[in-house]
Design a protein around this ligand. Structure first.
Ligand SMILES: [Fe+2]
Ligand SMILES: [Fe+2]
Length: 346
């Protein structure tokens, strides 16, 4: 076995423990959660770590969280999940997984280890799973990692380049609901909008990352309020309106978070005529990046289907954006450019 892959497994699963011990003849293994971090980890001895176990087991999840945050950024992380449901997959991506795999027997585990060992990616996350992972980190009060955001942004750009924004939005509508659907929609629109405006890949990535994170402050608001099927009362509106400030506060702690992205998170509900929130900032105080996010955000809210409102068609939503631009709330030139996407969005 070439050096570089560590298998960390949950010994409570008897069948897997036997398979793991078999693998121990030619690769390093360690137990979760009964052993601490292997000393070699400090020396960045591994290119990849395969975690194997049930993340619904609290002790296992706690051990994996400690382990994965200690090695964050130094190696790739893969998860062999004995319970392969949506929650566990989201959890794995929140811990920084590059790939996840269902493992129900020793054979599955050996297949997973072989893939990692020979450099084949065992099922990488789609953008939705990556986003869920990012949101879950916020909800759990854990620190977000810049490389996770970057990877999720790249995935969105790649997916849209390969299937187009129309098909991408259709899939988002089918697979996500409420707040998740909104954030994914804004992100896809931003990625495509950046491409339309001829942004460099770097700037397009920036815009996409800002979109991914624009509502991260909502991770601190109960889903019962966020995804409430009816209209919100005054108190609930006030709680929701705190999300730009909450998101900004959360991301300020994140090393390497670009100041432009931070500004967009805080200012994406400001309008050029000063009628937005949280601070009623006006044109000269709102960056171009934020203006772009705001347009995608408002468009997205208009086309989303909710039980308490009628959703706009793409043409009607663009007409509404134009009306807002005419009233001095949005940037006219940027709204005009966004309108060129209409045929792709219909
Ligand atoms: Fe927002
Ligand atoms: Fe939003």
């Amino acid at each position: 076995m070439p050096p570089g892959v560590l298998l960390a497994y949950d010994p409570d699963s008897v069948a897997l423990a036997r398979a793991c011990r078999d693998l121990a003849t030619d690769m390093p293994i360690t137990q979760l959660p009964h052993e601490g971090l292997p000393r070699q980890l400090a020396a960045d001895a591994y290119g990849a770590i395969v975690y194997c176990g049930d993340l619904r087991n609290i002790a296992t999840a706690r051990a994996v969280r400690a382990h994965s945050s200690a090695v964050a950024g130094t190696c790739r992380l893969y998860f062999g999940l004995t319970r392969f449901d949506h929650w566990a997959r989201t959890q794995a991506f929140a811990f920084g997984a590059s790939g996840v795999h269902a493992v129900t027997c020793g054979k599955d585990l050996r297949a997973l280890v072989s893939k990692v060992r020979y450099g084949f990616s065992p099922e990488t996350a789609d953008s939705g799973e990556q986003f869920h992972g990012i949101f879950a980190l916020g909800q759990q009060g854990n620190r977000l990692r810049a490389d996770m955001v970057e990877a999720a942004g790249e995935t969105v750009i790649d997916e849209i380049e390969s299937i187009g924004i129309g098909e991408w939005l259709k899939r988002v509508r089918e697979h996500h609901q409420g707040t998740y659907q909104h954030c994914m929609t804004v992100t896809g629109l931003a990625a495509r909008y950046g491409g339309l405006l001829g942004f460099s890949h770097r700037d397009q990535k920036h815009l996409t990352e800002a979109a991914l994170l624009h509502d991260i402050g909502k991770a601190f608001i109960p889903l019962a309020i966020l995804d409430k099927p009816g209209r919100l009362d005054m108190n609930e509106v006030e709680i929701i309106r705190a999300h730009p400030v909450e998101g900004h506060r959360y991301l300020e702690d994140l090393a390497q978070c670009d100041p432009m992205v931070l500004e967009s998170v805080l200012r994406h509900h400001e309008l050029l005529d000063g009628s937005g929130y949280p601070d009623g900032r006006s044109a000269g105080q709102i960056s171009d990046l934020t203006r772009l996010i705001t347009i995608c955000d408002i468009y997205s809210a208009m086309i989303e289907q909710r039980s308490y409102k009628v959703s706009h068609t793409p043409a009607a939503a663009i007409a509404e954006l134009e009306a807002m631009a005419g009233a001095g709330k949005l940037d006219r030139a940027l709204v005009r450019a966004f309108g060129r996407l209409e045929a792709e969005l219909a």
